[in-house]
Write a protein that binds this ligand. Sequence first.
Ligand code: ZN
Length: 453
Amino acid sequence: MSEGALFHAPWAWLDGRWQADVLLQVGPDGHWRDVRVGLPAPEAATRLSGPVLPSLVDAHSHAFQRAFAGLAEQRARDSDDFWSWRERMYGVALRITPDQLRAIAAQLYTELLAGGYTQVCEFHYLHHREDGQPYDDELAMSWALAEAAREAGIGLTLLPVLYAHAGFNEPALRDTQRRFRTDADWVWRACQRINAAGLPLISAGVALHSLRAAYDDDIHQLQRHLGTSAVPIHIHVAEQQQEVKDCLAATGERPLAALAKHGLDARWQLVHATHSTRTEIDRIASSGAGVVICPGTEANLGDGLADLEGWLAAGVPMTVGSDSQVTRGWVEELRWMEYGQRLGLQRRNVAAAPGRQPSTAARLYEACVKGSARAAGLEAWGLVPGARADFLVLDLEACGLAGVPTSALLDGLIFASQGPTWHQVFVAGQPRALRDAARLQRYAEVMRDCWGA
Ligand code: ZN
């Protein structure tokens, strides 16, 4: 990016509303240097063809599960639930090589860019060889993900996962979990190595798989390593009712309450947080931690509905994640986040805040823009000086929004558009390819290797 690159947008989403004639200047580091409203396009500016929106962070991804999306949608037994899905998913996890992971992730990350995400938080627990022994470089699978992100041109927050126990009363891992085995020392070493590599657009935080997979001693050891380090700390929590029951039986507390005792702060990102009480939400809110809701996956797995009104009212930072990859765009996630509430509560515009933000779409989208930087461990996010110059250019004619008044564009985008939605997606001031024939072909070959013709 040359010194002082300039873009001009007819409209841009700034400070929670559409503003006209916006001049956006990118610095040589690929971050916004200046954003100004109400200015004509200077000769030197690149004129963007449609309204400009900040992209979002995909705050929760398991890339390898892209190879399983859509392949667990048949039921041959009396019942099917999260736990039976998980056993089938492990069957895939046990087979994938680093080269295959790279091919799967390169295709996925291209699809995530097309879905309006420009940074992905990879909750990465598939570390070891198929026999459970470490690779010669114990981060071989992490580097495969980094290589895929570099190829697609998406930002990546790698989150090596602490995964030490099979359940609250199952201290060892099961044989089918042998590729996941790590402890706090391993995770901290991985985080430091990835950050020391200094790869463009790539950094690392840490993750704990869940309270059933990381006991108190594991969490304390990781916290000792982290100290005051600013890296994000992600954890799956309160996704399933069975998990709530098991946690109560083992600790006497529900998962969010048991987790809150560990001294949470703004680095913590609570993935799912589906089964909560208002008291628990207040405790999480006072800690500064964020929640990562994955509506597509939570629907697909029959997890339940998050208390969206409760989290929004408490002002808890929020993001969305593609998780199991059955959905790979944030428009669909936000649509389902609200639709789940409408179906369950038999009301409309549940997420709206009359008097403050009457637009459901704007309230959900703004919450996610605000939550994005923390979730990914970045300093800033959005169309603000200092944030990376990531943005989307809407193609109103292609996505079915022709003629929609500007004031309702975000509402129409979330609730009435159909893809492809973006004309262009930029990362660090550079446009990205939203499809790639070679990546798609390599991905299809891996799928054939995994599943046959
Ligand atoms: Zn997950």
